[in-house]
Design a protein around this ligand. Structure first.
Ligand SMILES: *Cc1c(COP(=O)(O)O)cnc(C)c1O
Length: 427
């Protein structure tokens, strides 16, 4: 038995399912999870002394790679002055200034401890600001685990949203309308039916939680038009996309400006830190100015802020965005050409430095139904072989893989060779 297996067996007796977040149990790839002891650059090392080239990057935060010098130093330095004060501190101001300078439509911003909290706060704020209750979300987009966002589409578009977790009562999801991603007509239909009740539309502007799925032309623009016309708010959940494709928001790339934005993952540089921000008149509805309550004992934690600030500053300084994009595109091009030649029936969807390999389809998916047809059994077989070969991909068919600043051209070339060799044996 490996050390990882021993630890997991023990963990299962102490922690539900052995894990502190369900996907880590590796259920969908049908193998035992590995326990990681350390990370450096593009690699992680497990408790059995095996190394893996990492494409998960702690689910996205580690765009600069593991244990990047600038970040570790900033955190180490910050800890020397204490871990938390629960008071105002100068890094809060520095972070707010930094976020505002990178994302011009942010007038004001507040930091919190997780993406879940950022989204939950942004939604409460949207409801408080508009005095309306209904939220429009898209099937396959993930916005953290707040009760009313654990929901999927029911049989009818405007009714019967279904909670996807026990412990979430139907009453919690009654005010959430779930629409297929990229379905412009469906959103228009919803707005025709109840626009004066809609507080906000929340969307991942590039979907990253059903694999990489890009917005179709006109989708985000339509959301902007509909919300503007009806005085509801548009919230971009950029917890994954923020600082992923440029040192700023995806909103600035696609040219659609939301009223509120949520950020997380990268902006914490590996520490628990997230944020929500946007227009001043909306943000000033928050307590203590306004009557929308929002708080946090550890919000604005100086050590987390040190990691986040160092990460953003490094991203601004050494712009690796073009390189990451090229490397992901290279994987896509090479894999899809082999797939066509050999009839593998897989499709690698790359988007500006992230990618997903979809098993059992030949083209880019546009929504959750397109993704759901994927061959998860094949993916699981593939996953196990890649793991054995020393590659740590995100452990689910419905997740994205990230290229970090630590991945070299040579890394990716070797990855592609091994990838194809394994696919040849499987497909
Ligand atoms: C990860 C994620 C969240 C939740 O963030 P946590 O820090 O895990 O709570 C919310 N929205 C999106 C788009 C995410 O990818």
């Amino acid at each position: 038995m490996t050390n990882s297996e021993k630890l997991f067996n023990k963990a299962k007796l102490l922690i539900p399912g052995g894990v502190n977040s369900p996907v880590r149990a590796f259920n969908s790839v049908k193998c035992s999870p590995i326990y990681i002891e350390k990370g450096k650059g593009a690699y992680i090392y497990d408790v059995d002394n095996k190394s893996y080239m990492d494409f998960c990057g702690s689910w996205g935060p580690l765009i600069l790679g593991h244990a990047r010098k600038e970040i570790v130093e900033a955190v180490t330095e910050a800890t020397k002055s204490g871990l938390t004060f629960g008071t105002c501190n100068s890094r809060e101001v520095e972070m707010a200034e930094l976020l505002k300078s990178c994302i011009p439509f942010i007038d004001m911003v507040r930091v919190v401890n997780s993406g879940t909290e950022a989204v939950m706060s942004a939604i409460r704020l949207a409801r408080g600001y508009t005095g309306r209750n209904k939220i429009v979300k898209f099937d396959g987009c993930y916005h953290g685990h707040a009760d009313y966002l654990l929901v999927s589409a029911g049989s009818g578009l405007l009714t019967n949203s279904i909670s996807t977790s026990a412990g979430v009562p139907e009453s919690a999801v009654n005010d959430v309308i779930v629409v297929p991603y990229n379905d412009i007509e469906a959103v228009k239909h919803v707005f025709n039916s109840c626009s004066n009740e809609i507080a906000a539309v929340i969307v991942e502007p590039v979907a990253g939680n059903m694999g990489a799925v890009a917005p179709v032309e006109g989708f985000l623009e339509t959301l902007r038009e509909l919300t503007t016309e009806t005085n509801s708010l548009l919230i971009f959940d950029e917890v994954i996309t923020g600082f992923r494709f440029k040192a700023g928001a995806y909103a600035s790339i696609c040219g659609v400006t939301p009223d509120l934005i949520t950020l997380g993952k990268i902006i914490g540089g590996g520490m628990p830190l997230a944020a929500f921000g946007g227009r001043q008149d909306i943000m000033e509805c928050l307590a203590p100015i306004g009557n929308v309550y929002q708080a946090g004992t550890l919000s604005g934690n100086p050590v987390a802020l040190a990691a986040g600030i160092a990460t953003i500053k490094t991203l601004i300084k050494d712009d690796g965005y073009t390189k990451r994009r090229e490397l992901a595109d290279k994987i896509q091009k090479s894999l899809n050409s082999s797939s066509r030649k050999n009839d593998w029936n897989i499709y690698c969807n790359a988007f500006m430095g992230v990618f997903t390999i979809f098993f059992g389809r030949n083209d880019a998916p546009e929504n959750l139904d397109d993704v759901k047809i994927c061959d998860t059994k094949k993916f699981a077989e593939f996953y196990k072989k890649m793991l054995q070969r020393g590659y740590y991909l995100s452990p689910s068919q419905f997740e994205i893989n990230f290229i970090s600043a630590a991945h070299t051209e040579e890394n990716i070339e070797k990855f592609i060779i091994d990838l194809k060799e394994i696919l040849k044996t499987l497909l």
